[in-house]
Design a protein around this ligand. Sequence first.
Ligand SMILES: Cc1cc2nc3c(=O)[nH]c(=O)nc-3n(C[C@H](O)[C@H](O)[C@H](O)COP(=O)(O)O)c2cc1C
Length: 210
Amino acid sequence: MIQNKFSEAMAFRHACKIFDEKKKIDEETLYYILEAGRLSPSSFGMEPWKFLVISSSTHKEALRPLCWDQAQTTSCSHLIILLAAIESVKPQSGIPQQRFARRHLSPAQIDAYISRYSSFLKETFESDERTFAWSSKQCYIALANMMQAAAFEKIDSCPIEGFEKEKVEAYLKIDTTQYQVAVIVALGYRQNEQGEHLRLPFEEVVTFME
Ligand SMILES: Cc1cc2nc3c(=O)[nH]c(=O)nc-3n(C[C@H](O)[C@H](O)[C@H](O)COP(=O)(O)O)c2cc1C
C-alpha cells in the first residue's frame, strides 16, 4: 500500500549527521530527487526557487566552515542549496505575468491575477528581506518533498539552516538582488544507524474542532 510506503519513508528519514563518504548518489536518483523539488507546489504557482547542486569536495570543504563546521557538509554525496527568488517574484519584473500566462488565460484574467497577487503581496515586495521570507517559505516545501523523495529511495538527508547566509552567498558568488540562500540539504548514505525519532504526542499537536 502506498500509505505504508509513505510511512516507511517517514520512519526512514532522519536528520543524518554523518554520511558514508564512499557512497555517492547515482545520477538517475539525484535527478528524481531534484524533480520532486521542481514539481512542488508554490504560492500562486510562482516557483520562486533555484536548486544549486554541489558535488565537488573542494566546494564542500570550503562551505563547511560557513555551515557551523557541520560534518554533513563534507561527508555527504551532494549538497543542494535552495535559492529563494527575490527580483523575479516582483510584479515589475514581468515574470509573474509569464507564470500566470502559462494557464492559458485571457489577458483580462491575467490582469485580474496580477492585481490580486500584487495587492496580496504588496507589503512583502516592499523590502527584499520580506520577499526573501515569502520565497523561502516556498523553498521549504520543495525541501520537504526532496527529503521525502530521497527517503523513498533509501537516500539519507539532513536539512541545514545552520549556516552563515551572507558568507555562503559570497562564496557562491550569488547576486543577492536576484536570489538568496533559503536553506541547504545534504544528501547521501548514512554512516551510522539513526537515533530515535523524538516527537510530541498526537493529542498535543492535533486539535479537532467541535
Ligand atoms: C529547516 C531545518 C533546518 C535544520 N537545520 C539543521 C542543521 O543545520 N543541522 C542539523 O544537524 N540539523 C538540522 N535540522 C535537523 C533537525 O534538528 C531535526 O530534523 C529534528 O531534530 C528532528 O530530528 P529528525 O529529523 O532526525 O527526526 C534542521 C531541520 C530543519 C527542518
